[in-house]
Design a protein around this ligand. Sequence first.
Ligand SMILES: [Zn+2]
Ligand SMILES: [Zn+2]
Length: 127
Amino acid sequence: MKRRMTRQRQMVLDVIRGHGNHMHAEDVLERLSENSGIGLATVYRNLNVLCEEGKIQKVSGNHFSFYDGNPEPHDHLYCVRCGKVMDVDMAYDKQMDQNVSEFLHVDIYSHSVTYEGLCPNCLKEEE
Ligand SMILES: [Zn+2]
Ligand SMILES: [Zn+2]
């Protein structure tokens, strides 16, 4: 079943793509205009549908969880101090998929890595 893009869903997508891509549902809600009439439950529902449709992706691990307006597989740095998320803008490493598929004798379609560490700002404070 192909769902049509509702006005609300488009608004959620515009917010997440318009603000550097990495957001929590609460951030999306905060950025929506007050008269959007959208509540947190609706934001979550729309984010999940957008994930299902492959328009955005959800990235999560033990210490972090965020929605990314860019659905392509790519790596991130998660700052353990301030919670900032940065894209690692390096070329996608296809060789890694190849190595792992040979090592495990499986088919690999994609991978993405989230590094945990300190962002440039927090690193400066450290010095
Ligand atoms: Zn930081
Ligand atoms: Zn990203």
